[in-house]
Design a protein around this ligand. Structure first.
Ligand code: 5GP
Ligand code: ZN
Length: 114
C-alpha cells in the first residue's frame, strides 16, 4: 500500500530501528516508546487490522508470535514478563491501519488499560 506508513517502513522509505527482519515480518522500535522496551512487529503483507485476519492470511500471525518469543528472549524480558498488544479500530485505539503487535516490557505494566 503506497500511502501506508508501515509499508513505507517495510520498504525503507521511512527509517526505523529494525531489530529483526525476514521475508514475512519486520520488528522495529516504536518511535514513541511507552515502556523501556517497546517494539512493533508487523507482517510485510498489508493487512489492515485484526478484522482482516482470516484462514487465508493467518499463518503470518503465528509466525509473528514465534518471532516475538525469540525477541523477548534476546531482549531479556521473557522471565519478568511483558505484554503483547494489538489495537483494532477506533475504539481499540488503532492509529496506523497496518496490523501490528506491540511488545511492551521492562517495567511493571498496569491493568486494566484506560
Ligand atoms: P497503534 O496506536 O496504531 O496501536 O500503534 C501505532 C504505533 O506506531 C504507536 O505506538 C506509534 O508511536 C508508532 N509509530 C507511529 N509512527 C511511527 C514511525 O514513523 N516510526 C515508528 N518506529 N513508530 C511509529
Ligand atoms: Zn501497510
Amino acid at each position: 500500500m503506497s500511502n501506508c506508513l508501515f509499508c513505507k517502513i517495510i520498504n525503507k522509505e521511512i527509517p526505523s530501528e529494525i531489530l529483526y527482519e525476514d521475508d514475512r515480518v519486520i520488528a522495529f522500535k516504536d518511535v514513541n516508546p511507552q515502556a523501556p522496551v517497546h517494539i512493533l512487529v508487523i507482517p510485510k503483507e498489508h493487512i489492515e487490522s485484526a478484522n482482516d485476519v482470516d484462514e487465508g492470511n493467518s499463518d503470518v500471525i503465528g509466525h509473528i508470535f514465534a518471532v516475538i518469543n525469540r525477541l523477548v528472549k534476546e531482549l531479556g524480558i521473557d522471565k519478568d514478563g511483558y505484554r503483547i498488544v494489538n489495537n483494532c479500530g477506533e475504539f481499540g485505539g488503532q492509529t496506523v491501519s497496518h496490523i501490528h503487535f506491540h511488545i511492551l516490557g521492562g517495567r511493571q505494566l498496569l491493568w486494566p488499560p484506560g
